[in-house]
Design a protein around this ligand. Structure first.
Ligand code: SF4
Length: 398
């Protein structure tokens, strides 16, 4: 479906192109840089802008450096690369150049560092890409807010089949942005046409751009690409396996791909190199015994149904893997079990019945997860634990 594009009334405004480095946005960049009639502005008015998550596979860097950076240099087009500064926020400019030589895929902050420290993986159950908003959306908004104090044209690479995404994005007009979607509004190009265009122009297929563990890019077709990426770059697969391992140790329901674990994918598809790199990674870690407690509240509108869950994570012992395992075995008093993913846990308080419910587990995982619980957790736990009349048979030495 082709819509009416409002852009021609804004021809003198600066143009910012959010370049996500995937197929759709690479097709726009390549066409604009090689076919002047495909755009309605001179290139000296264009800024190509990319926010890095820090976890792109190397193939993205190679493709952009080999095919697009030379076009940006030849045309003197401005390319700005930014990253989140730290967990609290901010943005750091990694490069701002009309003659870019490198794609700087890692800045001072990486999404994977934050996931490792929180012992989580991106949450697909929420259906909203909160990780993307955190790693890219907030960072791009920060840079745009600093750069412009008036209106600007903001171009996004939604393909023609992504009309719903464009409609949702269109309502976001903060910062003076006037959104445009050339693949939908002007060219009517779907993902396949973008892929074909890039293949014809560069002589090789373009790769999907995403963090190497991204669960949102792992639909049926995306999963096949993911497997091939892990086969070609075992370190990328090992990173996904490591993030999932810690997340599942703290919460067995945290399989990276919902009902499918990254470990299952790697084994089913015979990814021996990725699995080997993952085991090697585990061998070089310090290990901790984590105490994981949960309070599961009732739903506000239905006290018999499960509502919000609060989690408290505390590291109780850190040392070699053997020492941490021995500590867990000693304090779990025969309750430690190792599951099919090689994760050892001991259920100390099984989930109590009704709501609010409580539960407590001890888990063995690589060190590095930061102690975390909300301020009200301790008081709630004391009250509920007391009410449940459970005696905690656990004394841990940190
Ligand atoms: S690529 Fe996937 S995992 Fe990475 S930020 Fe985007 S949605 Fe999240």
């Amino acid at each position: 479906m082709i819509r009416t594009n409002p852009a021609p009334t804004h021809t003198d405004l600066p143009v910012v192109f959010s370049f996500g480095m995937g197929v759709d946005s690479a097709a726009i960049a390549a066409r604009w840089l090689t076919e002047p009639t495909s755009r309605r502005f001179p290139l000296d008015r264009l800024t190509v802008l990319t926010a890095m998550t820090g976890d792109e596979p190397d193939i993205t860097r190679r493709l952009v450096e080999q095919h697009l950076l030379p076009l940006l240099r030849d045309t003197g087009t401005r390319f700005v690369q930014i990253s989140r500064t730290n967990q609290r926020g901010g943005h750091t400019v990694l490069d701002d150049s009309r003659s870019p030589r490198r794609l700087i895929t890692r800045g001072p902050w990486r999404l994977s560092d934050e996931l490792r420290a929180s012992g989580t993986v991106p949450q697909i159950a929420a259906k909203r890409r909160l990780c993307s908003q955190h790693a890219k959306g907030e960072v791009l908004d920060g840079w745009l807010g600093d750069e412009f104090d008036g209106p600007f044209r903001h171009v996004l690479g939604f393909a023609s089949e992504e009309l719903r995404r464009a409609e949702r994005d269109e309502s976001y007009t903060a910062l003076g942005r006037i959104p445009e979607y050339p693949l939908i509004d002007d060219w009517g190009w779907d993902r396949q046409q973008c892929e074909q265009y890039l293949l014809d122009l560069f002589g090789e297929p373009w790769s999907r751009s995403a963090c190497g563990y991204c669960p949102f890019s792992a639909g049926q077709r995306g999963r096949a690409e993911l497997i091939e990426r892990w086969r070609a770059e075992p370190a990328v697969g090992a990173q996904a396996l490591a993030l999932e391992y810690t997340a599942m140790a703290l919460n067995p329901r945290s399989k990276l791909y919902g009902t499918i674990a990254a470990q299952d994918l790697a084994r089913t598809h015979g990814l021996a190199d990725a699995l080997g790199a993952f085991e090697e990674h585990l061998r070089h870690q310090r290990w901790s015994v984590y105490e994981v407690r949960r309070i599961i509240h009732p739903r506000r509108d239905d006290p018999t149904a499960k509502g919000a869950a609060w989690r408290s994570v505390r590291s109780r012992f850190t040392g070699s893997r053997a020492d941490a395992a021995a500590m867990l075995t000693a304090i779990a008093d025969g309750r430690a079990r190792t599951d099919q993913y090689g994760i050892t846990r001991a259920e100390i308080i099984p989930r109590t019945s009704g709501y609010p419910a409580i539960e407590m587990t001890l888990a063995l995982a690589p060190a590095g997860v930061i102690d975390k619980e909300r301020p009200a957790f301790g008081a709630w736990w004391e009250r509920l634990h007391h009410q449940s009349e459970l005696a905690l048979p656990v004394t841990l030495t940190a």
